[in-house]
Design a protein around this ligand. Sequence first.
Ligand SMILES: [Zn+2]
Length: 156
Amino acid sequence: MRERHLDIAVPEHLGEGLVAVQEGSHLDIDLKLESLHEGVLASGSVTGTADGECARCLAPVSLPVQVEFAELFGYPADEPFDHQLDGDLLDLEPVVRDAVVLSLPFQPECVDGCEDLDLGPGISLITADAEREKPVDGRWAALQGLVQDQDKTEER
Ligand SMILES: [Zn+2]
């Protein structure tokens, strides 16, 4: 069995959600390579940091990423594995990418809980949806006109 420690600068961000491992940030990978009958088992752990925004208050959040992976890279064979050895090479990138992306929370929140927004006096916070008028559906627009006309009629 061989062990390797890799320190990788992420070439492009991992994750499409509110938090992602950002381009240029570092991932530490402890990698074990074991030779098996069918191929090479690559396993280990990835640690790093995902940065983004809290889903509740949009404050910047920085979340630790720690995820395990294990994937068999098969020798070329009649029944191909999901991952194949390419000569002496194995491409770990999609394995690490999948493990990291799947570990990222869909609704990230501030680690210590969201702090109440501290707004100055006289500023009120209007939450979306609550106060916003619903957009008028084009099909009802004509009816809205009728109602307004009726109001005017009653005023007379
Ligand atoms: Zn928050």
